[in-house]
Design a binder for this molecule. Sequence first.
Ligand SMILES: Nc1ncnc2c1ncn2[C@@H]1O[C@H](COP(=O)(O)OP(=O)(O)OP(=O)(O)O)[C@@H](O)[C@H]1O
Length: 230
Amino acid sequence: MALIEVKNLSFYYEQEKVLNNINFSIDTGEFVILTGENGAAKSTLIKNIIGLLKPATGEIKLAKVNHLGEPLSIGYVQQDVASFNAGFPSTVQTFVESGRYSKNRWFRKLDAEDYEHVDRALASVGMTEIRHKKIGDLSGGQKQRISLARVFALDPDLFVLDEPTTGMDVGSRTKFYKLLKHSVKHHGKTILMVTHADKEIEGYYDREIRLIREEGSPWRCFSMTSSNAR
Ligand SMILES: Nc1ncnc2c1ncn2[C@@H]1O[C@H](COP(=O)(O)OP(=O)(O)OP(=O)(O)O)[C@@H](O)[C@H]1O
């Protein structure tokens, strides 16, 4: 069964239709990129999928369990996390640890396995050295990375990432794509990632879903095509 199934989805902001009759499905273990020009409603589609917005018509089905029969966990990194509150009192370490709390239960003490996940997550985005820094003192790119680290610490089945490499240099971006591909191939993860870097990420992802404008439509309608990247 598909992990995500989107059927005949349409969405409006006020009277304005921004998504029209979107249909696709994503299977467990796929690395899918979601592309389209600025304003094509990629973030809007993502927010519908994770339940932050409600479709006007159509439906979205998410698998209830992962391939091991455990409740499906989803890790979401929203666009523009660089605008975090500069006064946020937490350190990088405690912020990333909070990813483990959402995995388990609040008020449970973290154990050695949790800390292993946190250490690995910090290392995966090159943030180990600054783990004791205050969030408010970080640059936009660093905030982006620790948001990713928190999601990696959560270790979800499904990663939903909205332009996650904003503010990263090219070396970090390549490392990050490799890490995502590894998570898919070796740990059975599924990834849906909004990106404008479709050329740069070639060779890492499995499939592209592209939102395109419908010619001659009175609405600002977009529909979807998908192509095999490999
Ligand atoms: N809360 C909102 N209220 C009204 N209109 C909105 C709202 N959020 C987004 N829009 C509009 O909906 C359209 C789609 O926006 P969205 O952010 O989903 O596009 P996007 O493809 O993610 O864009 P980008 O690539 O620039 O990030 C745009 O025209 C945007 O201005």
